[in-house]
Ligand binder design. Sequence first.
Ligand SMILES: [Zn+2]
Ligand SMILES: [Zn+2]
Length: 395
Amino acid sequence: MRAVCLNAEWDPRPDFKLGSKDVEGKLTYLGSQVWRNPRIEIIEKENPTPGPEEVLIKARACGICGSDVHMLQSDSDGYIFYPGLTAFPATLGHEFSGEVVGVGEGAINRRTGRQFEIGEAVCAEEMFWCGQCKPCADGYPNHCERLEELGFSVDGTLAAYVTVSARYLWSLEALRELYGEDKMYELGSLVEPTSVAYNAVHERGGGIRPGENVVILGGGPIGAAACAVLKRSGAAAVILSEPSKPRREMATEMGATHVLNPMEVDVAEAVLDITQGVGAKIILEASGVPSVVWPDIEKIIWEGKALNTTVVVVARADEKIPFTGEVFQVRRASIVGAQGHSGHGTYPNVINTMATGMDVSPIITKRIGLDEVEENLVMLRTDRDEAKITITDYD
Ligand SMILES: [Zn+2]
Ligand SMILES: [Zn+2]
């Protein structure tokens, strides 16, 4: 089978020290410190065979993620942008769904106690948590200390077939009747980013009560999925701020009740106006530019009547947050960080919510084949209008 593989040279920066979990020449937790001259290689590989607890899956849909873009992009010294866990060469692809075509003897669906079935539609968590470290034992698999990641440190799903341990798999069959096969697989590839949004607003942000208002800063796939999840949770005003017009239109389809162009309006003023001076219960930072959005966040909290606002930081950014303690003290507000999508029943809740009508498919704005991955990864360096580009053609 053909596989879209990312390769780069192991050539650590002069001040880089091998971490305790890094493997010389092969794996690091600090990708941007080590890997140089990234390139896409389309390679021919043997079809994988499933181990005793694994399932062989024929991939049907796989979304391109910002991290894929950043693994191929390099700075002026040639080092990759992506800062995290990486082991190259690796087949890319992690936001996927597919059809079960082979099942190891012990590949049990732990939620049902039965083996996965041939022909069953599934999706997988991207984070292969170990189940044995302290964070895992304490119930926090998103913070596993011995993580492997599909499409980053183990071969991913930009190839016709992939094997995944049954413990990370979830059935999508609940979606089949409502959506039909093709749309079921497309929605299946969106379970991962939607779960990132769900984990951020509900597990980390503490959720909302029906009738409360929310503000989402940034209308990429995570911000857009958050609109859908929060609308479905009973939010009154779902206000999204995003400079790109196509993204704003998409967010409206997803459940945003108001969309703002931050290049044209004062976001804080607009939020206070829309909410009649109340403000928001949750403000989701999904833009990745904290210095730009933070003054608006603090103004909404400071001038709004709502106490107890929670700001959830889900976008990753190296930049410092220009934080004013006084605002958070006086207004009983808080800030939490959110990462990951595993645990807490998040995947099944997202799948159930899709099965009962939460259609997040507008997030997919372009469908491509395996051969078109590289050009689209390059295009996404500058494009702000596409949301999710999804591989649906594996031939
Ligand atoms: Zn991703
Ligand atoms: Zn662990």
